[in-house]
Design a protein around this ligand. Structure first.
Ligand code: GUN
Length: 293
């Protein structure tokens, strides 16, 4: 069993990006600039956005945090997005999800200029991804591909089962694993809450990608020997023994499943850190693409 060490690989990727930024500076070029929009004060979102902004600073990017109150109207948010679209100093930006219930998420995502949509959530970018055209691949799926690539995990001709059909992880992951090339060329089954007899699918899978948000859901009797496990779950489970009063738990019962796996991502330290690294990668790509125009 080998651990797919997302923490280590994400550090490598950030180091590679930092070197590229230094080279840009030496050439007298503008460095990448990422903006993040946060509406309201959801605990997890605050943590994620804070960590995105800090990572930008570490690797030499410029960053802007746009923090709006949870009383912000949809119209006000759309005005802010228009400003960011038109601000030539900003290469890419994200609107942290989830948004407060009174705001139409799809409408907001569609207002983002696809050339600045470093989350890859705009229908134009999502469509390009499905058609194997140049685009921004959503950061979490992009991070998973990069992990599989750097550990040289065989995906061609394998049975890949994705659990969960979210727009951010499950759905794009199912498309990406079936694309031509490496990582890809998998035979993909996208399972979800209405799937009957999930175990029949996971037992037959060479690769299982879980994006459910259900702690310790995947058990040893649900997978076969030699399976590759990618755990995208990050649920805060109350735990009084921890300083923060909670611990982060994945979708996979790691203790049980790891001995059967050929490769497995831990939680924390697996997919999570890769997400931020790939958001930074997309921002670098945005800068380079704007330069090339
Ligand atoms: N909420 C959870 N994951 C993400 C992400 O990758 N991007 C944004 N914008 N919001 C999220």
């Amino acid at each position: 069993m080998e651990i797919l060490d997302g923490k280590k690989i994400s550090e490598q990727i950030k180091e590679e990006i930092a070197q590229e930024v230094s080279a840009m500076k030496e050439r007298g070029e503008k460095v990448p600039h990422l903006a993040a929009v946060l509406v309201g004060n959801d605990g997890a979102s605050l943590t994620y956005v804070g960590s995105k902004v800090r990572s930008c600073e570490k690797i030499g990017f410029e960053s802007t945090l746009v923090s709006l109150p949870d009383t912000t109207t949809e119209e006000e948010l759309l005005v802010k997005i228009k400003e960011l679209n038109e601000d030539a100093s900003i290469d890419g930006f994200i609107v942290q999800l989830p948004l407060p219930k009174h705001i139409d998420e799809q409408k907001v995502l569609m207002a983002i200029d696809p050339d600045k949509d470093v989350d890859g959530f705009h229908p134009t970018n999502f469509g390009k991804m499905a058609l194997e055209l140049e685009t921004f691949i959503p950061a979490t799926p992009f991070g998973i591909l990069e992990l599989l690539k750097r550990y040289n995990v065989e995906t061609s001709g394998k049975n890949t089962v994705v659990i969960g059909r979210s727009h951010i992880v499950g759905r794009p992951m199912s498309i990406l694993m079936s694309r031509k090339g490496f990582p890809g060329d998998s035979t993909v089954t996208l399972t979800h809450s209405r799937t009957k007899d999930l175990k029949a699918f996971t037992k037959d899978a060479d690769i299982v990608i879980t994006a459910l948000g259900s702690p310790d859901f995947l058990k040893a009797d649900m997978v076969k020997d030699g399976v590759v496990i990618i755990d995208v779950g990050i649920t805060r489970v109350p735990d009084e023994t921890k300083p923060k009063g909670y611990r982060i738990t994945g979708d996979v019962d790691f203790e049980e499943v790891a001995p059967k796996a050929s490769y497995i991502t831990p939680v924390p330290g697996g997919v999570g850190p890769m997400t931020i690294a790939m958001l930074l990668k997309n921002t670098l790509l945005a800068r380079e693409r704007h330069n090339a125009k």
